[in-house]
Design a protein around this ligand. Sequence first.
Ligand SMILES: [Zn+2]
Length: 293
Amino acid sequence: MAPTPSGYLHLGNAVNFVLTWLLVRRAGGTLHLRIDDLDRTRLRPAYLANIFQTLEWLGLDYDTGPRNPADFEQHYSQLHYLADYQQILKKLRQQPGLLYACTCSRTDILAVAPDGRYPGTCRHRHIPLDTPGAAWRIRLPDDLVVTFTDGWQGTMVINLGRDMGDFVVRKKDGYPAYQIGSVADDLRLGTTLIVRGADLLPSTAAQLWLAQQLPETAGFTAARIQFLHHPLLPGPDGQKLSKSQQQPLERGVQAQAQGPQVVFRAVALLLGLPTEASLSLEQLRQGCVESHW
Ligand SMILES: [Zn+2]
């Protein structure tokens, strides 16, 4: 389970936790809690605390990882691993022409690309990488297609240039970007199963491709790691809820839902299991055992 303490956890996060818990427990695996806190500007103590509160509220146990916010800051924060991430950035930088500096603001990007996908504005501007306040982007080959087998979605063929564009590997503040931290952490922890929402398919494709650029990270492959991208929850109007659409739950699912049954029912719906109102985690686990899950 790999939440980010940049907001209160919403229904989609809780569903992801329960699904991950069910699949790992069913496989007899080791469940790790990892909190991605490289985005320090958006971290708030209340968001960090909310992760532990939500897990307790759902009744989910885990085997390794932080037990509370203090334990997290002291022993598990990604700040303790900055040297590892910087080493990866250093190696990427040594690959000729792979990285380039970008000084575009978010407003600059949205002005030319309303979908927020980076259009490659700084690709040929030759801005020095050490320019203060510049982000580092990775130059994707033209028409790059990443193919991998997903345990839920089947064979995925993702056009990374179209779906994501040259992505950031080092942020303007000098911190490594999410993709670097995520790949490095999964390798260090020996992660063998990653459960994510289908909205993160391009992100997974980006990580798989990024990892193959260096021998140090080449072990991050879909052959060594089983990926499961679950469908997003249907909203009240039947449309899929995107991550941003789920954000308006201001105090998070734990504060706003009547009880965790809301989450269990959503999981049952995704798994095609019966969704009675009083569904418990144990019933959900039994349902998984009895069905093909
Ligand atoms: Zn730029």
